[in-house]
Design a protein around this ligand. Structure first.
Ligand code: NAI
Length: 217
């Protein structure tokens, strides 16, 4: 029973960022309230799924009124921990690390990039969007002095475990891991792995299925 409960809420939590994004777009377009039916059409999920998902957190909706977009977005933001700022650093200032550092929109959700780290001495002191690249010997003190919660790992796979273990010792709370390796750290460091290639493989699969279905027509 408990496992089921946990599984359900994890599935819901995986869907929350999408709700948050859609509600943000509605808000930007001046939409103040929305019914679960309208939201369901926009998001391409069933209205009952939406009602079920949001009921997990006490509903937020009113019969005959729908959802107050701003309120719902704020509440979902709180659940996702977006009502407080999160300081983060990027480790690995190569192609991907620099691309992420150049992406300013994380800041709008409260993720503040404070520093970038690398081992390449040619990158020392270089800035990206005004944020400085530091060498790894400064890592520990930087994390402590700047109240860093999250580290983004964009380094080669072969170095990921070593660096992640180093990070765990600093008391960092979370690692957003792009390196293609599974990190096993203590319970106190949460790891979120991102594999863009998996999404690309799903696309490839769907294209294959589409081609198969249409060749039989
Ligand atoms: P890159 O070679 O351009 O950059 C890697 C950077 O890490 C370099 O600047 C290098 O000096 C630095 N580095 C190496 N060892 C380090 C260490 N011990 N500490 C700190 N910095 C260190 O590589 P790119 O293209 O930026 O890719 C980075 C990583 O991300 C690779 O592991 C790659 O496979 C992975 N990747 C993952 C994707 C995903 O969807 N998960 C998508 C694209 C790349």
């Amino acid at each position: 029973m408990k496992v089921e409960e946990r599984e359900i809420s994890q599935a819901v939590i995986r869907r929350l960022p999408r709700y948050y994004r859609y509600l943000g777009e509605l808000l930007a377009n001046g939409v103040e309230r929305i019914s679960s039916n309208d939201l369901s059409k926009r998001m391409n999920v069933t209205a009952s799924q939406i009602r079920q998902d949001l009921n997990n957190f006490g509903g937020f909706g009113q019969q005959g009124y729908g959802y107050n977009v701003k309120y719902l977005r704020t509440e979902i933001g709180k659940i996702l921990g977006l009502d407080v700022d999160h300081n983060f650093i990027i480790i690995g200032a190569g192609n991907l690390g620099q691309a992420l550092a150049n992406y300013a929109s994380f800041e709008r959700s409260g993720f503040k990039l404070k520093g970038i780290f690398d081992v390449n001495p040619r990158l020392e002191g270089v800035t990206i969007r005004g944020i400085q690249i530091h060498m790894m010997d400064e890592l520990k003190s930087f994390i402590r002095d700047n109240n860093i919660e999250i580290a983004v790992l964009t380094i080669p796979k072969t170095k990921a475990i070593e660096v992640a273990e180093q990070l765990a010792e600093t008391g960092i709370k979370g690692i957003w891991n792009f390196a293609h390796t599974d990190l096993k750290l203590g319970e106190n460091v949460i790891v979120e792995n991102v594999h863009l290639s998996e999404s690309l493989m799903r696309l490839s699969y769907k294209i294959g299925r589409y081609d198969e279905e249409h060749s039989q027509e």
